[in-house]
Design a protein around this ligand. Sequence first.
Ligand code: LLP
Length: 457
Amino acid sequence: MEEKKSFLKEKIDLKSPNKNIVPITTSIENDGKLAIGGCSIQELVKKYDSPLYILDEKTLRESCRAYKKALEKYYPGKSLPIYASKANSSIFMSNLVSSEGLGLDAVSEGELLTALKGGVPNEKIVFHGNNKSDKEIEFAVRNNIKVIVDNDYDFERLENLSNSLNRDLEIMIRFTPGIECHTHEYIRTGSFDSKFGFGIEYLNNLFANIRDTKHLKLTGIHAHIGSQIFELDPHHDLGEIMVNVILDAKKFDHNIVELNVGGGLGIKYTESDDPPSIDEWVKTISDSVVKACKKNNLDFPTLMCEPGRSIVSTAGVTIYKIGAFKEIPGIRTYLSVDGGMSDNPRPITYQSNYSACLVNNPLNNNSDNKYTIAGKHCESGDVLFKEIDLAECKTGDLICVFGTGAYNNSMSSNYNRIPRPAALLVCDGDAEIIQKRENPSDLLKYDVLPDRFIKQN
Ligand code: LLP
């Protein structure tokens, strides 16, 4: 039998959770079973059932602190890390990031409302989106939330709104810096061919138009180049490009005091992933902005960044129960679990890879058993792992999939009318519910049978 080292035996980097596959509190209990946040996973499933999303509070807080600390260390001016709530939006997440002093980025009225309910101060929220509705824009303005202008349509409506309210509005603008980076094409946003933001070549026009308005005050610029990025060079280049944009804006009398470089730092999903640390990422950006400001004799703007995945992904795991096995001799053995593409659409959408282990036998992946882990949805592509080594397992055993904190719950669906899992927060041996489990009957809540059909039956 081939000897393989389990990723669970790797040393955990406590300072930059995105460099680990597992939450920083992951341990193996005396009975050899998996625990996170001091809680036995098997006991949690006994109490809360499966599938189950779990978030580890210590990993979350360490990730937030790593951004804050690094910005304080490397950037001499004011700074604000802003959590990109699309990664995992909930009242709990809003509350947690806010308690760590982070701001929050929202892209819909739903995310805005969640942030406000979670206690994020209005002035620390920014509102993004390439097709905001009138209602959303009004909601943001009414709540004194800064809107990031993505296109002319946003610009026109904000101008009209500021005139009709006879009120000055501070705005930021988003532009596409023309930077290519190596990530999945669906999550690459900084190149010229992107639906987001103004083309960089259009900015002088825009600066003139904003100058001609009565009430719009351009205070900040924003760019985001993509997600799950392992290279540092694109963000180094971005800092410099953004400072040049500030200088261009100056020619139109705009005093840009906020520079928002977006998010994008990658995380370690599998052993072959090696992302930079949060410290390295922040240092790269800070150094490049500082150097360009000094060169041009520019006051340091407030430096903002918008991490999503690297705040919440490694803190999250998903627990599934194994059900059916199907062996196709000479081809593969399917092992089906009680969730799948509805709670984690990333494998079917981006061919994403994850790491996993058995909850009752986490260290032993030294078997020759290769499995294909399939979800329970009516779709052949609903496969969470094409091929994974696991110890011998049987129906009823639990599987823990790591790195599912970002873009799993937030992108989940009710495909096949499957209810969403509960989500728990674990810390120091305690587990608390942060999202209740849906029931099939909850899913009927918005169905309406017109009266004449009721009469027919
Ligand atoms: N800021 C803006 C404007 C963004 O569009 C995004 C992500 C972020 C910040 C946060 O990026 P992060 O730090 O998480 O990389 N659903 C995809 C990811 C889509 C990312 C969309 N924008 C996935 O599951 O991989």
